[in-house]
Design a protein around this ligand. Sequence first.
Ligand SMILES: Nc1ncnc2c1ncn2[C@@H]1O[C@H](COP(=O)(O)OP(=O)(O)OP(=O)(O)O)[C@@H](O)[C@H]1O
Length: 239
Amino acid sequence: MTAALEMTGVCADLGGRPVLRDVDLRLETGFTALLGPNGAGKTTLMRAALGLVPLRSGTVTSGTTGYVPQRHEFTWDFPASVEDAVLSGLVRRIGLFRRPTVAHWRAAWAALDQVRLGDLRKRPVGELSGGQRQRVLVARALVLEPAVLLLDEPFTGLDMPAQETLTELFTEIARDRSVLMATHDLVAAAYGCDRLILLNRTVIACGPPASLKDPGIWMRTFDVGPASHLLKALDLVEA
Ligand SMILES: Nc1ncnc2c1ncn2[C@@H]1O[C@H](COP(=O)(O)OP(=O)(O)OP(=O)(O)O)[C@@H](O)[C@H]1O
């Protein structure tokens, strides 16, 4: 089976310092969480998958890639409607000064239906809640029909109901494509995702949550000791 995303021996430096070393991973269909402490290289790995980070060595191969950046990287203070925001995901395909065709609009509406915002397509984005805006960003990435959807900390600043709605949506999207989500919500990832990748500059471990019960791999990834609450929260040691 062709992988949606494959990295082999990826090393990448930023500002002259090594950030990723010898990263190997292969993603097929399903919902995968990318876990690691601050500075582990999660965002850099996603940017490498998009071809936005020069590699010192190694290879990246992927199908079409959709990317939902961290929310603070996106400005919403333009008066765009929800459907315009989704259509902007197709700007490279449409061409900067060309008009979208009916097919482009239909693709944008289908993506909005998929995130269950079809009813709000004429609304200004500025009037939506945080969770709804995050779904607009997901639709903007989905409109490209990506083989792999990269989500960079999609839960930041959202309340529990909004997080649960998004988790259900990502699970549904991951039925027929690959979804890779960087998150600090370890418990939600361990319960909601098919596979976990533990990253700290390199892949420390990966596999289905049930295969990652050794506290040592979590301690190495997050640089914590055996008394860490993290291990208790993940049910890896006696509370
Ligand atoms: N443009 C840059 N120039 C130099 N160093 C950078 C640059 N961008 C990121 N870094 C460094 O690379 C390392 C990895 O950063 P990255 O943002 O990929 O980590 P992360 O796992 O996504 O972290 P977080 O959980 O805090 O978002 C960090 O030490 C960061 O300071």
